[in-house]
Every structure is written in structure tokens, then in C-alpha cells.
Design a protein around this ligand. Sequence first.
Ligand SMILES: Cc1cc2nc3c(=O)[nH]c(=O)nc-3n(C[C@H](O)[C@H](O)[C@H](O)COP(=O)(O)OP(=O)(O)OC[C@H]3O[C@@H](n4cnc5c(N)ncnc54)[C@H](O)[C@@H]3O)c2cc1C
Length: 319
Amino acid sequence: MLRSMFLSLSRASRVQRTIMRWPLAWRAASRFVAGTQLTEALRVIQDLNTRGINATLDHLGENTTTTDEAAQAAAEIEHILEEIDRSGARTNVSIKLTQIGLALDEAMCREHVARILAHARDCHNFVRIDMEETAYTEQTLSLYHQMRQRGFDNTGVVIQSYLYRSGFDVSKLVQEHARVRLVKGAYSEPRDVAYPRKADVDANFDRLTELLLSGVLAAGAPPLGEDGRTPPIPAIATHDARRVEFAQAHARRIGLPERAMEFQMLYGIRRDLQERLVAAGYPVRVYVPYGTHWYPYLMRRLAERPANVWFFVMNYFRR
Ligand SMILES: Cc1cc2nc3c(=O)[nH]c(=O)nc-3n(C[C@H](O)[C@H](O)[C@H](O)COP(=O)(O)OP(=O)(O)OC[C@H]3O[C@@H](n4cnc5c(N)ncnc54)[C@H](O)[C@@H]3O)c2cc1C
């Protein structure tokens, strides 16, 4: 119930305006958000890099409401790619298509993505297309395929294990040598498209992990980019130690080397597990969001773990 409440709050714009004025809200967000400025996020990434962890940088924003805002967001992503190149940071970039206008004009969004990918290629970098609500799943996958057809190999997609359709999508993507990030899924979805029970989402995550990892062996996947920017084909993105152990065990069973896969986690969550995986020789990438549009991102993190709310409130009053 609390999960649904936070997920509906993530879309409530009037509540957003009120909550964003509370100092406690920013304190809560700053556990998960690297700062409001790019320089702050790059500093966090340099620190991760020194600990042997790669990153994916996300300029927060979604559901843009005007074409001007979408164009500005796309230009900002190109600027970020240049700054990464200048800094030499071991990070790629994650984008949300509704930030650059998917909900407004698909053709315009497609051209923004093509320009971003061309720019990323010039900057020797990779762009991951995040997955949003199911209203956009089909369009997101289709746009990804169009980019591959246009010759862009420096991009990848995200598959959510809570969706019934994901087994079909993963089987197809594996054959296309697509770089896939596997997640459980962070939005509120109806039971006719998504598993309502967490146990089923977890079981499907393991099934999709098997499909992805076995698919990599069959595909003879290229090695991880030496600059830490191009990810291997499968990225297992979870903080769930059981899912991580399952992936490790399956990889060992089929003889997939540690460096042929990657584990991904969110900034501010399970740093202990990140470090354990690095020490065991696995590539680890942390998703580092920054910017002023942190509200929906924070609500999704609270939805995943409502206990976080009490943690923040207690800390606030203890101060
Ligand atoms: C790198 C990365 C990229 C992602 N990209 C997308 C995307 O494009 N689209 C999408 O829909 N979703 C995305 N997600 C979010 C994902 O779908 C899940 O909502 C999120 O990862 C929580 O699920 P879990 O796998 O960690 O498992 P859970 O079962 O939710 O959590 C397992 C354990 O992890 C810890 N944990 C999990 N969440 C939190 C939290 N918020 N605060 C504190 N501890 C926590 C707890 O110890 C918990 O017991 C991404 C996640 C990661 C790691």
C-alpha cells in the first residue's frame, strides 16, 4: 500500500511543489542524488572511479511538457557528454525518453536521440535508454531498434522483470547482441501487464538473468570497453543480494568470466555490496543522478523501501 502511495505521489505536481520546499525532503533526496550541479556529480563519479567503480550519469528529468524544454534537455545531455570527455571520468550516460519529448512528439524525440548518440560517438561514449512506464515500453524499444538500424552501436536498453512480456523481449534482444540492463521495475503497473507479487518479479528476474547470461556466451560478446564506458551485454541491476548470488552462480555454471557481465546499483544504496563485488573481480557501475528535478526519483526510492522515510525523520529530529 505504501509503495502505491509513494508512486502516486511521484506524479502529483501540487504535492511536489510543497514537498520540494521542505529542507527534510532535500536531505532525504541527497542520500540518492549526487547534487544539483554537474560538477558535484562529476566529483562523486571521480570518487567512485578511484574505488574501482564505473558510473552512469543521469541528468534528472522526465515527462517534459513543452518541445522547448525537451530540446533544452537534449542539448544539456550533449553538453554532459563533452564534460565527461574533458574530465576523463569512467562514466557513460543514462537518459529518459520522456525528458526529451517522447510523450509530445515521437519524431522530434527520435531526432534528439540520434543527435545525442552521434555526439556520444564523437565523445567515445555510450548512452543507456532507461525504461519508463508501460505506456512507453513499445515506443522505447522501437526507437532503440531504429537507432541500431541507423548504425548506432553505442546504445542499450533496459528490461523490467515485473512485465509479463519481458521474456519475449530479452530473447529477441539477446539475438541482436543488444546491451541490456535488467531491473525489477520501478513504476506502478496494472496486473494485466505486470506481476503483482514480488516473489514472481524476483523469480522472473532470475529467469531473465539466465536468458541474458547464456545468450552472451552464444553471441561471443565483445569484451568490456577499457575506458569503463561501454558496458558488457548483460548488466544485472539490483541491490538484492539473492539475485546477485543467483547471477554469479549461473555465470560460474556456464563458464562465463566475471568481466563478461556487469552489476549495477543506484548511488546511495548497498555500498557494501558494490565493494564486495569489485573485490571479487566483477565490473560494477553505479547510477549517479543529479539535478533539480529530483522529486519523482526520490518518491520511487521511498516506494521501494518505505522504511527510508522513518530513517530520515528520526535522523532529522536527532539533529
Ligand atoms: C542501475 C539501476 C538502473 C535502474 N534503471 C531503471 C529503469 O530504467 N527503469 C526502471 O523501471 N527501474 C530502474 N531501476 C530501479 C529498479 O527497477 C528497482 O526499482 C530498484 O532497483 C529496486 O529493486 P531491487 O532490485 O534493488 O530489489 P528490491 O527487492 O526492491 O530490494 C532489495 C534490497 O535492496 C535494498 N534497497 C532496494 N531499494 C532500496 C532503496 N530505495 N533504499 C534503500 N535500500 C534499498 C534493500 O536492502 C532491499 O532489501 C534501476 C535500478 C538500478 C540499480
